[in-house]
Design a binder for this molecule. Structure first.
Ligand SMILES: [Zn+2]
Length: 99
């Protein structure tokens, strides 16, 4: 099997395919929160980011058909979803009497 190396990892290829496809398709707003997407600038809260519709961890693939474009903020909050905040309860302090 001849390996053709493009230098792109599957994830990077997924990213560019999903973003350019949705940009061409005229998707200008995040489908989750409706914020206007910024396709030009990265790392902004409203930067366009590719999202796996079915997460890789749940059997999804890096096929662009499994991708959609959402804003960075939604992308990050999705990643943190289903993790209830654990409140740390301090261990009970047994006061040792000082004589
Ligand atoms: Zn959003």
């Amino acid at each position: 099997m001849a390996a053709s190396r493009t230098g792109l990892t599957p994830h990077l290829r997924f990213r560019s395919k999903v973003l350019s496809r949705d940009r061409k398709a005229g998707i200008t707003n995040c489908p989750e929160c409706g914020t206007p997407l910024d396709y030009i600038t990265t790392r902004l809260p409203n930067s366009a980011e590719p999202d796996h519709i079915i997460p890789i961890t749940k059997g999804g693939t890096n096929d662009p058909a499994n991708g959609r474009t959402i804003c960075r903020r939604c992308n990050q909050s999705r990643g943190n979803r289903d993790k209830p905040r654990k409140r740390k309860t301090p261990p009970e302090v047994t006061a040792s009497p000082i004589w």
